[in-house]
Design a protein around this ligand. Structure first.
Ligand code: FES
Ligand SMILES: [Fe+2]
Length: 412
């Protein structure tokens, strides 16, 4: 297993080590001279639509704490989020994390069954669990030692005579929807999880050989990126930058043959190596095209996937406030893969992406920040990503979607 931190991404990209320091530091400087001579918008958003989702300026999409909180509740909470690989929660172990900004704890019983709950004690609301570790016969709160069965039901209250009116059936943990998808664990906190199969159908079809191969996680690396999460996703689906930002790291691929497909909010893409004779031997069971090309894919809103003949990698952009993103790179391959080499090859382009996204974030501090014309074809996926995001938020504002519980949590 290879592990690391975000610092090495900037080092790999060259001079970007100081880029994150000032990101998001500027407060709204007010109206500057010349602002308004160009519409401060982009990717198909109209000024009226920006106003409808509660922002006054285009850059607020990337800098506003209020808007970031709105995204968590309206965009992330109603959807499935990647929380771990299956290897991170072996039988008899738990993992505490956040989903859509909400604390969640997952555990797997010795029978292999995986369950997830809001990580909040129903007594006084402390986090029941933190970090990772083995789970005991009961889950016991550290504060006053209320204990819970693994199915979330209340097992015991110390000094029960102190709680003559307590109804144990009303004091169970709130369950969170959890699903395992080809070695990945996903969760949805809304209480009304959408059909996962519907969201993943395109990838089930196009990535079937990768998803059904006996892959294991060979590397996992956590990064902290100093930019809004959307910049990383925009970059992921941007075809135009491949020739330029990655002129060395992805030079082996024939960008003119780049193809993609959207199915609802899910995106699949592929481009071949210019010289297929340089392709790796590859994972067992791949087609010739799959072995000799690279694909970038998106499970909206934030789960980015990359496939080559050597691996299936995921990196999820989890917002940590408006100007910071947590991202975990997980690489799945065959058990004997050279994990360090795979991470190095992914980092060769990912570090360039991170450096560019952090530099855009710095630009959002300026009242002149805007987005100009975008490429008719090569930036179409960026516009589509924003259309999906915009439609989601506008539907939410119009009350057309069912509201999840507070902050995506239970309504009790
Ligand atoms: S807060 Fe959990 S037992 Fe009191
Ligand atoms: Fe890129």
């Amino acid at each position: 297993m290879t592990a690391g931190t975000g610092a090495d991404l900037r080092a790999a990209a060259g001079t970007g080590a100081d880029l994150g320091a000032a990101a998001g530091a500027a407060d709204d400087p007010g109206v500057a001279p010349g602002v308004g001579t160009r519409p401060a918008t982009g990717f198909g958003w109209s000024p009226d639509e920006l106003a409808a989702v509660g922002v006054g300026h285009w850059r607020d999409l990337y800098t506003s704490a209020d808007f970031a909180a709105r995204e968590q509740m309206s965009v992330f909470a109603p959807r499935w989020s990647l929380v771990a690989s299956v290897e991170e929660i072996p039988p008899g172990h738990y993992l505490a994390t956040t989903v859509a900004g909400v604390p969640v704890a997952l555990w797997r019983g010795s029978d292999g069954a995986l369950r997830a709950f809001h990580n909040i004690c129903p007594h006084r609301g402390i986090l029941l669990l933190q970090g990772t570790g083995p789970i005991g016969r009961f889950v016991t709160c550290p504060y006053h030692q209320w204990s819970f069965e693994r199915d979330g039901s209340l097992a015991r209250i110390p000094q029960p005579e102190q709680f003559p009116d307590a109804d144990p059936s009303a004091l169970a943990l709130h369950e969170v929807a959890v699903a395992e998808w080809h070695g990945l664990v996903l969760a949805c906190v809304s209480g009304d999880a959408p059909d996962l199969d519907g969201q993943t159908a395109l990838l089930e079809d196009r990535l079937a050989h990768f998803l059904h191969a006996p892959l294991v996680e060979v590397a996992r690396v956590d990064y902290a990126v100093e930019c809004n999460w959307k910049l990383l996703v925009e970059n992921h689906v941007d075809v135009y930058h491949l020739w330029y930002l990655h002129q060395r790291s992805l030079a082996a691929y024939r960008h003119t043959s780049f193809q993609w497909r959207w199915e609802g909010p899910t995106w699949w893409s592929y481009e071949p190596l210019s010289d297929p004779s340089g392709a790796p031997a590859g994972l067992a069971g791949l087609s010739e095209d799959e072995r000799t090309g690279i694909g970038a894919h998106l499970l909206f809103p934030n789960l980015m996937l990359v496939t080559t003949g050597d691996y299936l990698a995921t990196y999820d952009a989890r917002p940590d406030g408006p100007t910071r993103t947590r991202m975990t790179l997980r690489v799945r391959s065959h058990p004997d893969a050279d994990a360090d080499a795979l991470v190095a090859s992914i980092r060769s382009f990912l570090a360039e992406d991170v450096k560019a996204c952090e530099a855009v974030q710095l630009a959002t501090a300026s009242p002149w920040y805007s987005v100009g014309p975008t490429a008719r074809r090569h930036e179409e996926p960026v516009r589509t990503f924003h259309r999906i995001l915009r439609d989601d938020l506008l539907a939410r504002m119009a009350g057309a979607e069912r509201q999840p519980g507070p902050a995506g949590g239970p309504s009790r």
